[in-house]
Ligand binder design. Structure first.
Ligand SMILES: *Cc1c(COP(=O)(O)O)cnc(C)c1O
Length: 534
């Protein structure tokens, strides 16, 4: 494999250049409001396909991450160890197996929910937690007490991110994690997954309000000079580049698995249920590196800003013609108004389509364009990209919007018609009929896949399955209640049984509280936690 050049990172808005991987991971978000990206997307080593064909998930993750992280930043043996520990918490031997959902149509499901919290976010957050720990241990060698670099992670969640972050960071030295969630608006299982983790460094805060209120508190804390002067804040939402990086692995892993299936004829597409555009962006990185996927299909729910971008020829706008805000759907992890990671794609496509002659000029132009567009999004609610950029996006992406009713109908029809034979441990199916049980997010991917297959028969499709159905009981029940052989208690993994009755800990942020009160809670709880350790 070619030796990696020292990989450097920059902000999409041009405020910072030449950053190391460590700086990017510990900071999360750039100070100019932009997102960190690598200066170059690395290409695959010659012969990768035959050489990587039989690698384990961990070995493959190592090969891929090594292309982005210089050996001088994390020596190979350390990186291997971080990866090994990150995926040892997964229940399935293959970590992210593919399941043959519909052999006739060459449709495969990539199950990403075999990690500790039963959602795809574990793939990234298990790794991110270990990276944080690794960098902190290194920074803190030989330091005692107040001299130690302490990281305060603050994040907002509508469900899945919070528990995955908590499981990624629980018990880790020199890190406190604060998760804000809207009271009564996350599912009971999701809430229990977060609040029953009693490690001293885990802090759950319930907020009277919506997910957006939680997000606003987090943003206010990150912008607060006082908070920043006393605490090293870190972000764990999908703007952290390390999360994107970790997710690249399963695109390669599933592609290589697909090439070993009987119906494979060298043509394939990925279909990805999308919200913040983090998951599918990792697929795009894989494609840019050289993964031979014909297209990436974005599957949205009724919060369809991405789908509207493609249907309108490149207008990215917060509100649809009806001017509505975020809609509550059966797939809450995809309920977003804007997709933060789209900014990264826009940067690369702006760079690609820039007519400037040198790489430096193109870079600068991409940063300027992205800054202007994102400003326009803030002030005017939307912006349009030039036709050349839109065509570049169309060359690699398609989009599909799946409604609430279609989501439920898909869960039902998959249950009635798909009886995969190669299921490993941990997939959900009826023990009586063998019918496969999708979660609502994954169902959106499958519904979009079937439309893409209609137009492209003979092309194999890998549809990403982002959560275990037990996490979204009400939608699954709505779809399957009364169906032959369906019993929700059978869907529940062992790990969820009795979870809601266990001891839990959570701090309530009082009604009407402002972000300053949240700041005081964070400060007091960090102080108390550190006291307890001294
Ligand atoms: C986070 C999440 C998504 C959306 O992923 P993005 O990276 O935000 O596009 C889809 N499904 C589930 C279950 C999730 O938790």
């Amino acid at each position: 494999m070619s030796p990696t050049l020292s990989q450097r990172f920059l902000s999409t808005r041009g405020g910072s250049y030449g950053l190391s991987f460590e700086e990017v991971v510990l900071k999360g978000l750039a100070s100019d409001g932009g997102l960190f990206i690598p200066e170059e997307i690395p290409t695959l080593p010659a012969g990768w396909e035959s050489e990587w064909r039989d690698l384990s998930f961990e070995e493959l993750a190592f090969r891929i991450m090594s292309l982005y992280i210089s050996e001088s930043e994390i020596p190979s043996t350390d990186l291997k160890d971080i990866i090994k520990r990150s995926y040892a918490t997964f229940r399935h031997p293959e970590r992210t197996p593919i399941v043959e959902l519909d052999a006739k149509r060459n449709l495969y499901l990539l199950e990403l929910f075999h990690g500790p919290t039963f959602a795809f976010k574990d793939v990234a957050l298990q790794n991110l937690g270990n990276l944080f720990e690794y960098f902190l241990v290194r920074k803190n060698q030989g330091k005692e007490g107040k001299d130690r670099h302490h990281l305060t992670v603050v994040g907002a969640t509508s469900g899945d991110t919070g528990s995955a972050a908590i499981y990624g960071l629980r018990g880790k030295k020199d890190v406190s994690v604060f998760i804000l969630f809207p009271k009564g608006k996350v599912s009971p299982i999701q809430q229990a997954q977060m609040t029953t983790i009693l490690d001293a460094n885990v802090h759950n805060l319930t907020v009277e309000g919506t997910f957006d209120d939680c997000q606003d508190f987090v943003k206010a804390l990150f912008a607060d000079p006082d908070m920043n002067s006393t605490h090293n804040l870190a972000a764990i939402n999908s703007i952290n580049f390390a999360r994107i990086l970790a997710q690249i692995t399963y695109y390669f892993y599933s592609y290589l698995a697909l090439t070993k299936t009987p119906g494979y004829n060298n043509k394939m597409r990925f279909v990805v249920p999308s919200g913040n555009f983090g998951d599918i962006l990792a697929g795009w990185f894989a494609k840019r590196m050289g993964l031979p996927a014909e297209k990436l299909v974005i599957a949205t729910n009724e919060n369809d800003i991405l789908d509207r971008f493609f249907r309108t020829g490149g207008t990215y706008s917060k509100s649809d013609s009806k001017g509505a805000g975020v809609k509550e759907t059966h797939s809450p992890a995809m309920d977003i108004l804007v997709s933060s990671n789209f900014e990264r794609l826009l940067w690369f496509l702006a760079y690609q389509t820039s007519e400037a002659s040198t790489a430096d000029e193109r870079r600068k132009q991409a940063c300027d364009n992205v800054s202007n567009w994102l400003n326009q999004l803030k002030t005017e609610g939307g912006f349009s990209v030039p036709p050349a950029l839109f065509q570049a996006a169309q060359a690699e992406f398609e989009s599909e919007r799946v409604s609430n009713d279609e989501t439920i109908a898909q869960i039902r029809s998959t249950y009635q018609s798909c009886f995969p034979s190669n299921l490993g441990p941990g997939s959900a199916k009826s023990s009586k009929t063998g019918g496969y049980i999708l979660d609502p997010h994954s169902a959106i991917g499958v519904a979009a896949s079937l439309r893409s297959i209609e137009r492209n028969s003979g092309v194999s499709h890998i549809s990403l399955s982002t959560a275990h159905p037990a996490k979204f009981a009400s939608a699954v029940d709505l779809a399957l209640r009364g169906q032959d052989g369906y019993d929700f208690t059978e869907v529940l993994p062992q790990e969820f049984i009795g979870l809601e009755d266990r001891e839990s800990r959570v701090t309530a942020v009082g009604p009407g509280a402002g972000w300053e009160q949240v700041r005081e809670i964070v400060k007091a709880e960090v102080e108390q936690e550190l006291e307890g350790k001294r």
